[in-house]
Structure formats: structure tokens, C-alpha cells
Design a protein around this ligand. Structure first.
Ligand SMILES: Nc1ncnc2c1ncn2[C@@H]1O[C@H](COP(=O)(O)OP(=O)(O)OP(=O)(O)O)[C@@H](O)[C@H]1O
Ligand SMILES: Nc1nc2c(ncn2[C@@H]2O[C@H](COP(=O)(O)O)[C@@H](O)[C@H]2O)c(=O)[nH]1
Length: 282
């Protein structure tokens, strides 16, 4: 597996640029850029990296990350990742699962720079840190992956994931689409990616209003919807969260299938469930 991962795809999206724009701005060969974008390059000149970073006005840690062998080869626990548009109900389903099913899942809080919402506390669902502290943690390589989403930073804590999965514990966490797909490269054999959305996407706005989000924040969150939807077919399952108990049951069913005691922990070898609501996305 690729333990060095490039994030050029995301950076281009964020800068609203295409490969030809970057060729022009960086002077780097088109084929090299495509290979980096697809994470299909095994060696690269430092000057090339420098030119790309200059052209995108980003740091090397924005462009690429490194996953240590110790974590990339972990096969112990299974990591269930919920992604999807803001307001889809990912956290609602995780909480509903905790309350209604005893599946022995561990939830690992991420670190974020966003402000606490009413009802949230330190360590649940996040560790809330300043931008400076987050950047220092990122520079020290403490994150398995990190992303800027809706203007805030979010990061998964490498050591905690390493220990929890190595201890054989199954983990559930909501992660944005980029983070989810990056984690799939890190844990190709013991990750299940689940995309959550309401059948009618227009409902998202009402849900976010209902949650108490500010108008400006809602606008920013929904701006990402098209991008998120464009990646949904890369997920293993799609859950339509229209009715919370039904969607929770679908989620529980997927999890039970992958965590049966006595089964191999290599989730690739297990059959996937197909039900009315939880559909294999491809
Ligand atoms: N099936 C549903 N029907 C109606 N409302 C729902 C449903 N599921 C969740 N909600 C409500 O929608 C709002 C957003 O849900 P939630 O915070 O779980 O979304 P999320 O996907 O975790 O969002 P984000 O990505 O912004 O963290 C909450 O107020 C929640 O109560
Ligand atoms: N890439 C990552 N995405 C994360 C992480 N923790 C949460 N998230 C995602 O961020 C958005 C916004 O969350 P909110 O709590 O501010 O509404 C949502 O899509 C989460 O799934 C993380 O560690 N890495």
C-alpha cells in the first residue's frame, strides 16, 4: 500500500484549479502531476515538490503525508467511517447506535479548531484546540489525517487509532469524504466506508437550521455538497437516513456483518449486506 500519500486532488479542488493550470504555474510536467494526483508515483524530485507547493501556496504537509508501517499494517480492529453531507445525520446515527445497540464500538474524538456547540464538552465529540496548537500537532505528525472543512481544522489522532485498532477494538467515527478516502488507503483491509444522506438533499438545510447552525455556516456547509456527492460512489455502502431508527438498524446490520466473532478480521473476505436502505454503492 502507499504509505506516502499525496493530497493534490483535494488541493486542486480547494484552489479551484485543474492540472493544466498547475502545469502552467509550476512548470512541472503534466504526466508527473497526474501521477501525483492519482497517488501513483513511487519517486519524485524535491524540486518538483517545491514547485508544486509554491504554485499552490501550500506547505509540504498539505501536499503529502506519511503513515508509519506500524499503523498501516494493523489488521486488528475494524474501522467504520461515516461520511456524507453536513446535516445528513452521521452523529445522530452514531449516538442512536450507542443508545440502542450493544456492538462494543469505540468512538475516538478527533481534534478540531471549530467552536464548541451547545451540549458539546471537551473530549465529546472533539478535543477543541486553538489553530496554533492544531498546527503544532500537525507539524509533529500527530495526525493520521487532517483536513480543513467548512473553514475549520479536523484531525484524527494517529497514536489513539494505532493503539485502539491494534488492541482489536472496532471503531466508529464520522470523517469527511477526503479523510475517509485517505483512511481507506491506510487501512485497505479493515475499513468500511459508509456514505449517509437523506433521500431528498433539500432537507439538509432544514436539518441544519433545526440544529441551530448560523445562516452563514449553513451556506458554507452546503457549498461542499456537490463535491461530497461526487465522491459517494467510492464508498462501500449508502444509507438513506430518512427515519432514524430504520437507518440505525441498517447501520447496525452492516457493523454486525463485519464484526462477527470468530471471523477473520480481514473484512475483504466477508460478504456485504444488501438491504432495502443500505445499498452497496457500487
Ligand atoms: N432522519 C432524520 N430526520 C430528521 N432530522 C434528522 C434526522 N437525522 C438527523 N436529524 C437532525 O439533523 C441535524 C443534523 O444531524 P447531525 O448533527 O447528526 O448531522 P451530521 O451529519 O453529523 O452533520 P455534520 O457533518 O455537520 O457534523 C440534527 O439536528 C439532527 O437531530
Ligand atoms: N477529515 C476529517 N473529518 C472529520 C474529522 N472529525 C470530524 N470530521 C468531519 O468534519 C465535518 C464537520 O464536522 P462538525 O462536527 O463541525 O459538524 C463532518 O463532515 C465530520 O464528519 C476528522 O478527524 N478528520
Amino acid at each position: 500500500m502507499d504509505r506516502v500519500q499525496f493530497h493534490l486532488d483535494r488541493l486542486l479542488f480547494e484552489k479551484n484549479m485543474k492540472i493544466p493550470d498547475l502545469v502552467e504555474k509550476s512548470g512541472v510536467n503534466k504526466n508527473t502531476l497526474y501521477a501525483i494526483k492519482k497517488n501513483m508515483i513511487s519517486r519524485v524530485d524535491l524540486k518538483v515538490l517545491q514547485n508544486i507547493c509554491d504554485a499552490l501556496d501550500c506547505s509540504l504537509s498539505d501536499l503529502m503525508s506519511y503513515v508509519p508501517q506500524s499503523i498501516s499494517s494493523s489488521r486488528e480492529g475494524v474501522l467504520f467511517v461515516l461520511s456524507g453531507p453536513s446535516g445528513a445525520g452521521k452523529n445522530t446515527l452514531i449516538n442512536s447506535l450507542k443508545q440502542n445497540y450493544d456492538l462494543g464500538l469505540t468512538f475516538i474524538p478527533s481534534f478540531t479548531t471549530r467552536a464548541m456547540r451547545p451540549g458539546e464538552v471537551e473530549g465529546n465529540p472533539y478535543f477543541f484546540v486553538s489553530l496554533k496548537d492544531f498546527e503544532q500537532m500537525a507539524a509533529r505528525g500527530e495526525f493520521l489525517e487532517h483536513e480543513i472543512i467548512h473553514g475549520n481544522y479536523y484531525g484524527t489522532h494517529l497514536k489513539t487509532y494505532e493503539k485502539t485498532l491494534r488492541d482489536g477494538k472496532d471503531v466508529i467515527k464520522d470523517i469527511d469524504v477526503n479523510g475517509a478516502l485517505n483512511l481507506k488507503k491506510t487501512f485497505p483491509n479493515n475499513i468500511v466506508l459508509i456514505y449517509v444522506r437523506p433521500t431528498v438533499l433539500n432537507e439538509l438545510e432544514d436539518r441544519l437550521h433545526g440544529r441551530g447552525d448560523a445562516d452563514e455556516d449553513i451556506r458554507r456547509r452546503l457549498e461542499r455538497l456537490k463535491y461530497e456527492e461526487s465522491l459517494s460512489d467510492q464508498f462501500d455502502f449508502l444509507i438513506f437516513n430518512d427515519d432514524i431508527p430504520t437507518a440505525t438498524a441498517e447501520l447496525a446490520q452492516i457493523i454486525k456483518t463485519y464484526t462477527k466473532r470468530g471471523d477473520t478480521r480481514d473484512v475483504r473476505s466477508q460478504n456485504r449486506v444488501e438491504t432495502t436502505y443500505a445499498q452497496k454503492a457500487k
